[in-house]
Design a protein around this ligand. Structure first.
Ligand SMILES: *Cc1c(COP(=O)(O)O)cnc(C)c1O
Length: 399
């Protein structure tokens, strides 16, 4: 659907109802013990925070997850009542914005807790009221506190501190590994860390762990049981599944997939389609070269269609000469190099193509589907990167 003011025809359509249904389905997998935090970081994986965060809230999400304070402020402006978690933590000087916009942050370093406490005092929040999710490094070596060195962090939650330990958090970094061994080890380390936390007289309401893969692989139950043993509730953080994609598991489950995964295959619906239009058409003779450096040479007289999408829009340059898009319900190969703002399709075998025809880059047309997995495979990456690289100049329209 295009807006009333004509613009360059390269746009994304966001089906917010699919996102709402995906959220509700995922919440039903987690229920009743476990709550979900809807991951809307990186502009909702390129799907548009402004469209997707309110849709998640409409579907029942109480929690949203963003990367940064900046994204948190943007989420707050469209979701005034949500609890918004800043996953990558606070940066120096950002404590005040956290307190003023009622954001919650992940923290694992003393200086982060001190930044937050100083800001909380400056804006005059009552003691024990600025929520913090304390991240434990259970094996990823990315973010999180060393579970053997938590004692100094505990002092920052002493009575009179403005900080409140709302959750203990960790990231399960291999939940897509079918044998579950790494995840099991991580949960054991988390269990030990939580025992240390309660031995220090601290209490957190939430245990915050697990991405889409963890949820679909059936980890919601063990995480909820671990939380319950410590008198806590569990929260999982799906991202990709919210946008309708199922992360691949390695190796595939055999002989049978977990029930949650089987159900997801029939329930989750992709939220995003990406489209452009045919700008102009030309006939070229055999021997004509196409695009930068003539990496494609016509072997016969051909018909070519120019489309208004290039690598500056996120159409990966590696797709030139090795991928096809959909026009008139058929696959049209990308010939020559993908340019910054344009690409060329071979439409020799497709009857009736005209300037103005809709071209599907990602999505469905005429019973064919191009998925983010197809793009990822051709570009040598993962669907998360395909989505997040769709450029900011590509308009996001709600349908
Ligand atoms: C991005 C992210 C997620 C969501 O991951 P998916 O695989 O997309 O479900 C969960 N937790 C953290 C900490 C993340 O950074």
């Amino acid at each position: 659907m295009e807006p009333s003011t004509p613009t360059r025809p390269c746009w994304v359509e966001i089906h917010t109802q699919s996102l709402e249904r995906n959220y509700q389905f995922l919440q039903s997998l987690a229920a009743p013990e476990t709550e979900l935090l809807a991951i809307v970081k990186a502009d909702a994986y390129g799907h548009s925070l402004a469209h997707c965060a309110p849709a998640a809230v409409r579907a029942g999400a109480r929690w949203l997850g963003v990367t940064s304070v900046e994204e948190g402020i943007a989420a707050r402006s469209v979701c005034p009542g949500a609890q918004i978690l800043v996953i990558a933590g606070v940066f120096p000087g950002q404590g005040r914005a956290i307190a003023e916009h009622r954001l919650t942050t992940v923290a694992w370093e003393l200086w982060q807790l001190d930044e937050l406490a100083a800001a909380a005092r400056a804006v005059g929040v009552p003691s024990g009221s600025l929520p913090v999710h304390l991240e434990i490094d259970t094996g990823m070596s990315r973010q999180g506190a060393d579970p053997a060195a938590l004692a100094p962090l505990f002092t920052r939650f002493a009575p009179g501190s403005p900080l409140r330990l709302e959750a203990v958090m960790t990231h399960l970094f291999a939940a897509d590994e079918t044998d579950g061994q790494v995840t099991g080890t991580q949960l054991t380390r988390l269990d030990q860390a939580m025992s240390r936390i309660s031995a220090a007289g601290l209490f957190a309401e939430w245990l915050n762990a697990g991405n889409s893969a963890a949820l679909l692989a059936g980890q919601a139950r063990p995480i909820a049981e671990l939380a319950a043993r410590h008198g806590m509730r569990a929260m999982l953080r799906p991202g990709l599944a919210l946008y309708g994609l199922i992360p691949p598991f390695d190796p595939p489950f055999a002989p049978e997939e977990p029930d949650s995964l089987m159900r997801a295959r029939t329930q989750l619906q992709p939220v995003l389609s990406w489209k452009t239009r045919v700008v102009s058409i030309r006939e070229v003779p055999a021997g004509a070269v196409v695009g930068y450096n003539g990496t494609f040479v016509a072997t016969e007289p051909m018909r070519l269609a120019l489309v208004a999408a290039g690598y500056a829009d996120g159409l990966d340059r590696r797709l030139g000469n090795r991928f096809s898009l959909l026009v008139r319900g058929e696959r049209a190969p990308l010939v020559g190099r993908v340019s910054m703002d344009q690409a060329v399709l071979d439409i020799t075998g497709i009857a009736g193509v005209q300037a103005g025809d809709e071209v599907v880059i990602l999505g469905e047309q005429g019973g064919h589907t191009i998925s983010a997995f197809d793009h990822a495979q051709a570009a040598g990456t993962i669907p998360w990167e395909i989505f997040t690289r769709i450029g900011p100049r590509v308009r996001r329209a709600v349908i």
